[in-house]
Design a protein around this ligand. Structure first.
Ligand SMILES: CC(=O)N[C@H]1[C@@H](OP(=O)(O)OP(=O)(O)OC[C@H]2O[C@@H](n3ccc(=O)[nH]c3=O)[C@H](O)[C@@H]2O)O[C@H](CO)[C@@H](O)[C@@H]1O
Ligand SMILES: C=C(OP(=O)(O)O)C(=O)O
Length: 436
């Protein structure tokens, strides 16, 4: 699958009102695959990755690796071999580098490996200001000199371990710092760091190539750097955001589905969020079963007060599941406050749900009150970002009539062959090139 040029737009035509049934397995975690592929540059030995989601962001990162002179080849549908025998961080194509957020994840590994890299500002979802200050703060403390005039230039004669306190638990800043610390001489303590499942996955990958790390899964990691790094075979964990999306989808379409190999140990906050909406899943080994007969009654707070679902850094409810929870709440009985604390533009897509018949009051950029249930009606939609796009796809599948979702290539940045996989369990989605 080639990375789309910006003009290559995809449209989904979605027939609403069909129930789904059967089993579906989530893909590997996008936000784990990206830093792990980047971290494969820390070693000059081959790395074999499996369960790699074959999505647009990953394909774009693989292209970035090739532009650095790194061998990266698909050895199976979801298997990627990366061999960074050499890394040449020169003449980088700004267009390619600014297409995805994850390009910034190469800063730590390439700096560690080559002593310098000059990056164009990264791209990614337009969901509010996306500060990089925590990346700069951490890499500077590990010995990097950083010049930020126009492009971002990172240099380091030698990276040296340090006691780093992040100004916020930024996911990608933690990941960059972990990679730099893995190569830095001595011990690094990373305090106030992120601990999302993808951060843990990256840590386990670093361990697999020979880095000693304590505190994985907590907000304080100790990384013993500077050792010889090897190659490894590593399997990427399931995408808990995709699992959350499938729960929402099943609830909105009144479907019974089994989500296989769902990685249930990372789902507590997600399940708790959906339980507040009256959606209870059964855990069966590592599978999750969403039954069709959900009460979908919003559970009020003690004393009958309006409850809220709010996102926060891990282990709280994930920011990337918020849009999915909002569309799900439109089909639930009662009132709930959705509080998106992390991004200031992620909630604006609710105007599309309102146009479809949802009762939502957007109080400010961070808070929306949803009152349900309401029957959604088909509409012509446009996806602004990965998760809002998925939320629209869910809305369209639960709506009366046939909807069109334009800009659906955004959804494909994060979800692999989603129309094919959902059609296999009963959805009616047609994927077509967008009419210009
Ligand atoms: C490639 C990748 O991995 N992208 C993920 C990564 O982005 P990314 O690493 O860019 O996100 P960050 O963790 O840096 O921060 C996300 C936003 O939350 C804010 N913030 C963060 C921590 C905090 O305690 N308080 C706070 O308000 C930040 O200022 C920022 O606006 O993490 C985000 C938050 O889980 C996810 O939405 C993105 O999908
Ligand atoms: C915001 C997301 O991705 P990115 O950080 O790559 O833009 C996401 O995965 O929802």
């Amino acid at each position: 699958m080639a990375v789309p040029k910006p003009a290559e737009r995809i449209e989904y035509i979605v027939e609403g009102g069909h129930r789904l049934s059967g089993s579906i397995e989530p893909s590997g975690n996008k936000n784990a695959a990206l830093p792990i592929i980047a971290a494969a540059l820390l070693t000059d030995q081959p790395v074999e990755l499996s369960n790699v989601p074959r999505i647009r962001d990953v394909e774009a990162l693989v292209q970035l690796l090739s532009s650095l002179g790194v061998e990266a080849e698909w050895t199976g549908r979801n298997a990627l071999r990366v061999h960074a025998r050499e890394v040449h961080p020169t003449d980088l194509d700004p267009d390619l580098w600014s297409r995805i957020r994850a390009s910034i994840l190469l800063a730590g590994p390439v700096l560690a490996r080559c002593g310098q890299i000059t990056l164009p500002p990264p791209g990614g979802d337009v969901i509010g200001r996306r500060r990089l200050d925590s990346h700069f703060l951490a890499l500077r403390q590990l010995g990097a000199e950083i010049n930020l005039e126009g492009v971002y230039n990172f240099r380091a004669g030698k990276l040296v371990g340090a006691d780093v306190f992040l100004d916020e638990p930024s996911v990608t800043a933690t990941e960059n710092a972990m990679c730099a610390a893995a190569a830095a001489e001595g011990t690094t303590v990373l305090r106030n760091c992120a601990s999302e499942p993808h951060v843990q996955d990256l840590a386990l990958f670093l361990v697999a190539i020979g880095v000693r790390i304590e505190g994985i899964g907590t907000n304080c990691m100790t990384i013993h750097g500077g050792g010889q790094l090897s190659g490894a075979a590593y399997r990427i964990g399931p995408d808990h955001i995709e699992v959350g999306s499938l729960i929402g989808l099943a609830a909105v379409t009144n479907s019974e589905i089994r989500i296989t190999n769902a990685g249930v140990r990372h789902l507590r906050s997600t399940l708790m969020g959906f339980e507040r909406l009256g959606i209870v899943c059964d855990i069966d080994g590592d599978d999750l079963v969403v039954h069709a007969d959900q009460s979908k009654k919003i559970v009020p707070d003690f004393g009958g007060h309006v409850p809220k679902i709010e996102d926060q850094p891990w282990p709280a409810f994930p920011a990337d599941t918020m849009s999915i929870a909002i569309v799900t709440a439109t089909q639930c009985d009662g009132m709930v406050l959705m509080f998106e604390k992390m991004f200031e533009s992620r909630m604006f897509f609710v105007d599309k749900l309102i146009a479809m018949g949802a009762r939502i009051v957007l109080c400010d950029p961070h808070r929306a009150v949803v009152s349900g249930p309401t029957q959604l009606k088909a509409a012509r939609l446009e996806s602004p970002d990965i998760r809002a796009g998925m939320a629209m796809l869910i809305a369209a599948m639960g709506a009366e009539g046939t909807s069109t979702i334009n800009n659906a290539q955004q959804i494909e940045r994060g979800y692999e062959r989603i129309e094919e996989r959902l059609n296999a369990i009963g959805a009616r989605i047609k994927r077509v090139p967008a009419r210009q």
